[in-house]
Design a protein around this ligand. Structure first.
Ligand code: ADP
Length: 293
């Protein structure tokens, strides 16, 4: 490890500047390498959900792609180690990851979008990883420290549902995330779980950037009529009640499901649809994080 940017860095207050008493020389080098890699990323955003199947990965992929389409340099980390779906959603299933002594090279989806996922290391997409906490922590650390991300505007993390080891690992490893986007569906059971996710963020001092209500009503592709298959508006009410920002609704849209199966983010192929317009509004506050830096 060269340590070049750390040795050149003039930020005297950086926690990686000096070796701590309780760490070995190797641990110090490791910590500096992680810091060097993460220092090159302007904004880090976690995508969370209380439940599986609410469209969290779909939101993560389309958020990353929207930012990339707007000219931002974006990395997407699939932290869902037991159920990685990002390779499928981005049609990267046959891509293999290269590495050398120093680095792993992320999959390059398109000009501004780089991706890493445990799914890119599996022999077959049907393989399952049965890993416990410490090994998962080690893998997540490798994704942050050893992957050659380069300079990025955004690093988006697609986390597994719930309040487990993975979001804790991310917060511990990167230290200063901008915050979390929490995805839910309108049904009462999902809203109950999302309240837990928000309380979890609060315990971790992780800012909640906002809540998205996905699968929020169905717009008939033939007549345009909106049918609220599940109840609607629960996430907005909950967000107000918990004093967090409501980012917006995404309807149930057959094109989202079709594009997911094809591995094309719907913001690319359906860029003029009402759903893409709704999604773009949701992305705006994330895009405006720039204005704070
Ligand atoms: P999660 O990450 O929460 O488990 P996914 O993003 O994998 O959920 O989405 C689950 C399934 O639902 C996928 O097939 C996806 O294409 C589909 N899906 C997600 N959001 C929508 C939506 N708004 N309209 C239609 N299908 C959707």
């Amino acid at each position: 490890m060269s340590g070049s940017s750390c040795s050149k860095c003039e930020n005297e207050s950086c926690s990686a500047k000096n070796k701590m008493n309780n760490e070995t020389a190797a641990e110090f080098v490791d910590r500096q390498k992680l810091k060097q890699s993460m220092c090159k990323v302007k904004h880090k955003v976690l995508v969370l959900s209380g439940k599986g199947g609410v469209g969290k990965s779909t939101v993560a992929v389309n958020l990353a792609m929207s930012l990339a389409l707007k000219g931002k340099k974006v990395g997407l980390v699939d932290v869902d180690i037991h159920g990685p779906s990002i390779p499928k959603l981005l049609n990267l299933e046959n891509v293999k990851i290269f590495s050398d002594d120093q680095h792993m090279y992320p999959a390059v989806h398109s000009e501004n979008l780089k991706v890493i996922s445990v799914g890119l290391f599996l022999e077959s997409q049907d393989d399952a990883l049965i890993w416990r906490g410490p090994r998962k922590f080690g893998l997540i650390k490798q994704f942050l420290k050893d992957v050659e991300w380069g300079e990025l505007d955004y690093l988006i993390f697609d986390l597994p549902p719930g309040t487990g080891d993975e979001p804790l690992a991310i917060c511990e490893l990167i230290g200063d995330p901008d915050g979390a986007v929490v995805v839910t569906t309108p049904q009462g059971v999902a809203i109950t779980d999302v309240r837990k996710s928000i309380n979890f963020c609060r315990k971790l001092n992780l800012p909640v950037l906002g809540v998205i209500e996905n699968m929020s009503g169905f717009i008939c592709p033939k007549c345009g009529e909106l049918t609220n298959i599940f109840s609607k508006g629960g996430a907005k009410e909950m967000a107000e009640d918990m004093n967090v920002t409501f980012l917006g609704n995404v309807p149930i849209d057959a094109e989202i499901a079709r594009n997911g199966d094809l591995g094309t983010p719907f913001v690319c192929s359906e860029s003029s649809s009402a759903t893409a317009a709704a999604f773009n509004k949701i992305v705006e506050p994330i895009l405006n994080l720039n204005k704070r830096s």
